[in-house]
Design a protein around this ligand. Structure first.
Ligand code: AMP
Ligand code: GLY
Length: 429
């Protein structure tokens, strides 16, 4: 193995900023780059202005800068085959090939994968024909959710109130192509009841590390009300994943999933994000993603005590040693600050004011920011910042994060004041 690695992180959000912060000071890192980066990432490493889906440009950049290792943040380049291309060119990459990326890029693929491998998930069926979908919705004895099979930037899942709404959602997707090609096929499945949690695995073939379970908050409003967003905050570890739930997940979900991937000839190396619903019948898979969650990644990276770069590189090379990954005995929380209007049309270009110093164990992670002509950091996305802190209790981590939030301002800034509310309520009992 080389002494030091030139590293390229692909992406431009809070997830990628958290990854950059976790790897940039590694003794294993030589140069660290991020493409296309953002206003905060560019303060921590060098930036390259390359769109995440321009695979050829990414490869050219890797050759020009002698990149040894690429860490891919988002799913889109993976679903286009970025990892295949880099591996073919002998560049190590953390992220699955196109075959593995189907677990996220095609919900129809992942539904069928779970069904043929007896992995616990909602009862359901895939459809390309509206009349068949309609008959199925009318005939099943349960409420359903309707999902566009392809990538839809987190918006492709409809949770209808009743069967009429479900049929009209299926019609919109299949006949009116409301998500374009992404809804040429749909999944109709049983609506599950329970509490959700995110399980993030660093996978290398059949070996894996399970990072602390986390919970995110998808809705814009307090009390988990209002429109869906990319995620308004997260915390870890999530105690709702008890020792018993964890054992159930390892035995009945993770092991069968990794065995099935190997049996189907998929050499999976990268993050496997298993979204679970903890139901009365045990944990069931809601979805697989092939990348770290955002904002879950922001709380997980600061909890890794070992050298994160070494772990991700070992996973990419097929040498993962799960015993090498030490996790801090702490809690982490992140509060996402958003632009006025988000998740609908939102304002951009607002100058952000930051405190002079960031307190110990707290992190200003940039999600949608850039630097303007005068060098000032301005807002450039719906989710602007992911303010993160760790602490010896969840309450302390949240206190530190919120105290830092109160020192940051931009016009129209919004954030939820109740991150981790379910767990805080349980802690009080
Ligand atoms: P997905 O993109 O498949 O994770 O779906 C987005 C969100 O929709 C999930 O995080 C859940 O909150 C919800 N969801 C998806 N599938 C189901 C289901 N079968 N039952 C209940 N809620 C669901
Ligand atoms: N926070 C949910 C996701 O990244 O998909």
């Amino acid at each position: 193995m080389k002494d030091k690695l030139n590293v390229l992180v692909i992406g431009s959000g809070g997830r990628e900023h958290a990854i950059v912060k976790a790897v940039v000071n590694s003794p294993l890192a030589a140069k660290v780059f991020c493409a296309p980066s953002n206003g905060g990432i560019s303060q921590d490493c060098q930036s390259a202005d390359i769109p995440v889906s321009d695979l050829d440009k990414i490869l050219d950049f890797c050759k020009a800068e002698k990149i040894d290792f690429v860490i891919c943040g988002p799913e889109v380049p993976l679903s286009l085959g970025l990892a295949d291309l880099l591996r073919k060119n002998n560049i190590a990459v953390y992220g699955p090939n196109k075959d593995g990326a189907q677990l996220e890029a095609s919900k129809a693929f992942s539904k069928a994968f779970m069904q043929r491998n007896n992995i616990p998930t909602a009862i359901g069926k895939n459809f390309t024909d509206f009349e068949s979908a309609k008959s199925y919705i009318e005939s099943v004895p349960f409420n359903v959710v309707v999902k566009a099979s392809g990538l839809a930037a987190g918006k492709g899942v409809i949770i209808p109130e009743n069967k009429d709404e479900a049929i009209s959602a299926a019609k919109d997707m299949l006949l009116n192509k409301s998500f374009g090609e992404s809804s040429a096929e749909i999944v109709v499945e049983e609506k599950m009841e329970g509490e959700e949690a995110s399980i993030m695995l660093i996978v290398s073939g059949k070996n894996y590390i399970m990072l602390p379970p986390s919970q995110d908050h998808k809705r814009i409003g307090e009390g988990d009300k209002g429109l869906n967003t990319g995620g308004m905050g997260a915390y870890a570890p999530a105690a709702v994943v008890t020792k018993e739930v964890e054992a159930d997940v390892r035995q009945n979900i993770i092991q069968p999933t990794l065995n099935a991937l190997a049996a189907e000839g998929i050499d999976y190396r990268g993050t496997l994000y298993v979204g679970i619903m903890i139901t009365k019948q045990g944990a069931k898979v809601v979805e697989y993603n092939v990348r770290f969650g955002d904002p879950e990644c922001q709380v997980l990276m600061p909890l890794i005590k070992s050298d994160a770069l070494e772990i991700l590189f070992d996973a990419a090379c097929g040498n993962l040693d799960p015993s090498k990954c030490e996790i801090k005995d702490e809690f982490a929380a992140t509060v996402v600050m958003t632009s006025k209007g988000y998740p609908n049309a939102y304002e951009k270009g607002k100058v952000i004011s930051f405190p002079d110093k960031c307190p110990k164990d707290a992190y200003i992670i940039h999600s949608g920011t850039k630097r303007n002509a005068e060098g000032k950091i301005i807002t450039s996305g719906g989710r602007v910042l992911s303010i993160t802190a760790t602490g010896n209790t969840l309450e302390n981590a949240l206190k530190k994060a919120y105290s830092l939030v109160s020192e940051i301002s931009f016009e129209g800034a919004y954030y939820r004041k109740d991150i981790a509310h379910r767990q805080l309520a349980r802690n009080k009992k």
